[in-house]
Design a protein around this ligand. Sequence first.
Ligand code: PH2
Ligand code: MG
Ligand code: MG
Length: 165
Amino acid sequence: MANTELINKVYIGLGANLQQPEEQLHSALEKINLSDDITFCQCSSFYQSAPMGPQDQDDYINAVALLKTTLTPLALLDFLQSIELQQGRVRKSERWGARTLDLDILLFNNEKIDLPRLIIPHYGIKQRNFVLVPLAELAPDLIFPDGTPIAQLISTISQQGLKKL
Ligand code: PH2
Ligand code: MG
Ligand code: MG
């Protein structure tokens, strides 16, 4: 059965600042593309971005990708976390510390999800230029589940520390 109504439209954020971060993002996108349950649609430009959080870490490479998937939000989270682990992610107690790969589900259809393991929209989505700018590149007309147009946020957010590569 061609079950097109099961196709979920998802935006994910990618970030890395250790061990050749651009390569980390490319490898992650390749793994995502190989999944039978996910169709990779589009990726934004890569951006170099100044670290949010502790300043004694390297700049990040950030991007946003659009996927379509038959997976549920938690199954997608499991899959993305397995890629983080494969690529050497070590979970540390330090908040916002350096990492080889971070894959965050930003938006899942137009849904609001509030589970212990997963909050969607991602909590930082509206404040972080390294998320908003690449997201707006893919979806300039996007409206968040709370009704806020992305264009409104883009017009006011500082783009300091963010460089399109
Ligand atoms: N991710 C963090 C902490 N700080 N800074 C930038 N520029 N980009 C990130 O993706 C990022 C960060 C933890 O998720
Ligand atoms: Mg993150
Ligand atoms: Mg994360």
